[in-house]
Design a protein around this ligand. Structure first.
Ligand code: NDP
Length: 410
């Protein structure tokens, strides 16, 4: 039987553990490891109670390559699913190389000190992965992840050439707090307070990144099953790989919804320096403001039982098919309460954890196969789209005329 190692026991780790257990034929013997063993044990107990499947647990510091190597060898894992934090991507990738085991993650490497994130250092491992005959699948969450697969699916079935893509991420969930983040606050707030960026080809056909002030560009998009929501342009990592892999692309942007209360709190926190990653001296002790803020905010895991409402994430693509211009909107709607009922996590963790499990399933089943380091859109989207429907993330396609979209402020 196969052996699966999951690293990280946060919101997403919880969903991955549940979903792997629910697909035990594929995942075989499952071990959940993380920094805090008790969190793994709690999840394992819930998985056992709800699914009857027994999973093992282990403690590991994923910043340490030797500890990881020891753990991977001890479990005999065929695949490592990394759902710890983006800071651990490189150590886990290197440990997988050492042990010659396949690797998967949901977020690209982020340097803890510089707040910059990009695929460069992970892509740089491609040659070594090839040489070792193993595969790394990067960004197998929802966005990145399913959004990349949606783009590949649009490319395969609806267009000869895609010219523009808007990725549209709406969370209309309500947790009842004036301010809280749905996933790791450091990562969430750093993403949102950063400058925006999108990619566009100039008149000479050269692709360039265009920087915007944080929250400078807004559009009101009418999300099916939710309604119109303010959506702001952000930089998001899947664009970095999509500009390489979607042929004919002329522009790609990413929008995410934010409510007024969220933005007001964030602005105030930023203005007083609470989002800073620079350590400050406080009563003889050094503290990092955003780390301290994380201590004050509700634990994202605690939002699960109290979050109501829906999410809708999708891609809106425009391009040409058989000489005719057209548009396609592919999206997925999840319901926070339903997700919680099924696996004890709200929709943000659910929509990330399910695709992580699906990516790993396609790798273990030999359906997505390759040697080296890959992004999602490099593989055939069809089997992934089939699994999404089966595993709790049903999607829809809306075909529109070339000049039609769902903007309500245009
Ligand atoms: P959480 O903060 O809830 O969980 C992170 C887990 O990783 C915790 O269990 C934490 O342990 C563990 N961890 C952190 N550092 C280490 C370490 N050095 N060694 C071992 N374990 C460690 O995060 P989420 O579950 O919300 O997110 C998990 C990942 O998913 C992140 O990389 C995030 O960026 C990504 N993500 C991707 C999305 C997508 O759509 N692609 C969307 C949302 C998230 P401890 O409990 O001890 O702190």
């Amino acid at each position: 039987t196969k052996k699966t190692l999951i690293i990280g026991a946060g919101g997403v780790g919880n969903v991955v553990a549940f979903k792997c257990a629910m697909n035990a034929d594929t995942f075989g013997e499952i071990t959940l490891a993380s920094r805090t063993l008790s969190k793994c044990d709690d999840i394992a107990a819930n998985v056992k109670k709800k699914t009857g499947v027994e999973i093992k647990t282990a403690q590991v510091d994923a910043d340490s390559v030797p500890e990881l190597i020891e753990l991977i060898n001890r479990t005999g894992a065929n695949i490592v699913i990394n759902v710890a934090l983006p800071y651990q991507d490189l150590t886990i990738m290197d440990a997988c190389l050492e042990c010659q085991v396949d690797y998967l993650d949901t977020a690209n490497y982020e340097h803890p000190d510089t707040a910059s994130f990009e695929y460069k250092e992970q892509w740089a491992r491609d040659a070594e992965y090839r040489k070792s005959n193993i595969m790394a699948l990067l960004g197998s969450g929802f966005d990145p992840g399913v959004t990349n697969v949606f783009c590949a699916y649009a490319q395969k079935h609806y267009f000869d050439e895609i010219h523009t893509i808007d990725i549209l991420d709406c969370n209309a969930g309500d947790h009842g707090y004036p301010f809280a983040t749905n996933f790791n606050p450091e990562i969430n707030l750093r993403e949102v307070s950063a400058k925006g960026r999108y990619w566009q080809k100039d008149d000479n056909g050269k692709g360039t990144w265009i920087e915007t002030e944080p929250m400078e560009i807004k559009q009101v998009w009418d999300y099916p099953e939710i309604g119109p929501k303010d959506s702001y342009l952000l930089y998001h990592e899947e664009m970095e790989s999509l500009v390489k892999h979607i042929k004919g692309l002329k522009r790609i942007r990413f929008f995410m919804t934010f409510g007024e209360s969220y933005l007001m709190h964030m602005k105030a926190l930023e203005n007083v320096g609470m989002l800073s990653i620079e350590p400050v001296e406080h009563k003889g002790q050094k503290i990092v403001p955003i780390e301290f803020l994380k201590t004050l905010l509700p634990d994202p895991a605690s939002l699960g039982p109290r979050t109501k409402g829906k999410t809708n994430i999708g891609i809106f693509a425009k391009g040409v098919k058989d000489g005719k211009e057209k548009s396609v909107y592919i999206y997925q709607v999840s319901n926070h309460e339903k997700c919680y009922e099924e696996v004890l996590s709200q929709a943000v963790s659910y929509t990330t954890g399910v695709p992580a499990m699906i990516g790993a399933k396609l790798m273990l089943d030999g359906i997505w196969e390759g040697k080296g380091v890959f992004n999602m859109e490099q593989f055939d989207p069809d089997p992934f789209m089939v699994e999404l429907n089966k595993q709790g993330l049903p999607w829809k396609v809306m075909e529109l005329d070339a000049d039609e979209d769902r903007r309500v402020d245009a």
